[in-house]
Structures are given as structure tokens and as C-alpha cells.
Design a protein around this ligand. Structure first.
Ligand code: SAM
Length: 243
């Protein structure tokens, strides 16, 4: 999508006519990234920008539903999702899910010599640490769900989801996340899965690819992200495609 466009909105401030262009709107993401630190090494700046650009598109195109992140750790990405929702005065509710006990045990699908450092209990953050980061940033706390994904059902998800970020690292974590969010996705919703291209975390790609064999979607791979756009039922698409 082109990121430069004619005027979309104007208003008066004092005697001045303020014209907002689409470009101004998109600068919100850049502004947030310039102004605030990325508080862990769990996401790169480029990936974070891509995630926020897509959430911004969702907000601007009026896709209904809430925003979820499964695998939120200390809140590195969650903080920015919340900042962007605030910047748009969005009424979308942000939900963050995590065991807050770190990673679960690996499945066979996760085996990789490059990923020896990822073990059960690794990447453990306390829920209080996550909450503290929101307090320090002066941001409203998302709805926080402390649970293993395998113990959740779709009833634990918002009724309608516009945007989902899945960052559970392992095969079963991503498979369970897809099962949870998919039935709740709005038409036009986007699911982003981190680590799709990670040699150290091959279970992520396996879970996504298996899911896509029975759930048609258009998929774009950017850096290590899989950007998944489910195809609406009855649109004639029988299988998933990579674009
Ligand atoms: C890579 S970190 C997430 C990083 C986070 N998105 C960020 O931007 O900082 C992975 C997180 O997923 C959580 N996780 C992984 N598998 C899980 C599962 N099956 N159930 C609950 N939490 C899980 C871990 O506890 C860990 O906090």
C-alpha cells in the first residue's frame, strides 16, 4: 500500500486550518519508535515497525474487534501496541496472554541444534514485571491473562479479534494460539506470527504451515514474521498462498 496520500482530515485550531494527510497519520508509528525504547531484545526495530504498520492499517480501515498478543513476556511489543491504540484513540481492547512461567517443554517439532538455548522455563517474566512496565510508561494496563495456552479456550479470547500477534516460539504454543484466535477473527483481520523463519525455532514454521493446509490464507513473509490474512469463507479460495 502506498504510504503517501492526499488530505484525509482537516480541523481548525485557533484560526489555523490543520490538514492531516495520510502521511501524517503514518508518522505516528515512526514517532512512537523514535520516542520510546524497545525494552528487550525479543523484537527488532524493523519487525516492530512492520507489526505497528499493519495494526495501523487495521485501525484505519475500521476492521472490527480487539487486539491480542499471545506470548507477551515483559511487554516489549505490548507497550507499543497499546501506545498505537492510544494514539488513534481506539476503543479496541488489548489482551495479553502468557504463562509468566516462561517457555513450556519442547515438542519433537522444535528440535534444532541452533536452538539449544531455548529450554522449558526460559524467557520467564513475572506478571508483576509486565505490569510495572505499563505503570512506568504511564499506559493503561491491557487485560492480562496468566495461563498456559493449552489450558485456554476461545471463550478466553475477545468475541471478535481484529489483530493477533503470536509469539510463543514453540510448535505447540503456536498451534494452540492459532486454534484459539482463528474462530474469533473478523473479516479483514491479520495474524502475525513471529520467528517463522527462525532456524533456532523451527516448530513455529511447522505449526503455521500445518495450520494453513486446512485454513486458507494469504501469507507474506517479512524478515522473521509470517503475516497471515485469512481468506473469508466462500470467496472461492481453496488453499493458502504465499505472496
Ligand atoms: C519470545 S517471548 C515473547 C516476547 C514478547 N512478544 C515481547 O515482545 O517481548 C515468548 C513468551 O511466550 C510465552 N509462552 C510460550 N509458550 C507458551 C504457552 N504454551 N503458554 C503460555 N505462554 C507461553 C513465554 O512465557 C514467553 O514469555
Amino acid at each position: 500500500m502506498s504510504r503517501v496520500a492526499p488530505y484525509i482530515h482537516s480541523s481548525t485550531f485557533g484560526n489555523e486550518l490543520i490538514c492531516l494527510t495520510l502521511e501524517d497519520q503514518y508518522n505516528k508509528v515512526m514517532h512512537l519508535l523514535e520516542k520510546h525504547p524497545i525494552i528487550s531484545d525479543q523484537i527488532s526495530r524493523d519487525e516492530l515497525q512492520r507489526i505497528l504498520d499493519i495494526l495501523e492499517d487495521i485501525l484505519m480501515s475500521g476492521i472490527p474487534g480487539d487486539v491480542v498478543e499471545l506470548g507477551c513476556y515483559v511487554g516489549t511489543t505490548t507497550l507499543f501496541l497499546q501506545r498505537l491504540l492510544l494514539a488513534y484513540k481506539s476503543d479496541k481492547q488489548l489482551h495479553a496472554y502468557d504463562s509468566f512461567e516462561g517457555l513450556p517443554p519442547k515438542a519433537d517439532q522444535d528440535a534444532s541444534p541452533a536452538g539449544e538455548q531455548f529450554k522449558a522455563g526460559e524467557l520467564r517474566a513475572q506478571r508483576s514485571e509486565f505490569v510495572q512496565h505499563f505503570r512506568q510508561a504511564g499506559l493503561p494496563l491491557p487485560v492480562v491473562h496468566k495461563a498456559w495456552f493449552s489450558n485456554l479456550t476461545s471463550a478466553d479470547m475477545p468475541q471478535t479479534i481484529a489483530f493477533a500477534f503470536l509469539d510463543g516460539d514453540f510448535y505447540e504454543s503456536i498451534r494452540d494460539s492459532l486454534k484459539l484466535v482463528w474462530p474469533r477473527l473478523a473479516e479483514g483481520a491479520v495474524v502475525i506470527v513471529d520467528d517463522y523463519q527462525s532456524e533456532a525455532l523451527p516448530g513455529t514454521k511447522r505449526a503455521v504451515d500445518e495450520w494453513l493446509t486446512t485454513h486458507p490464507a494469504r501469507v507474506q513473509v517479512a524478515s522473521s514474521l509470517a503475516i497471515v490474512r485469512p481468506q473469508a469463507a466462500g470467496d472461492g479460495t481453496a488453499s493458502s498462498s504465499f505472496v
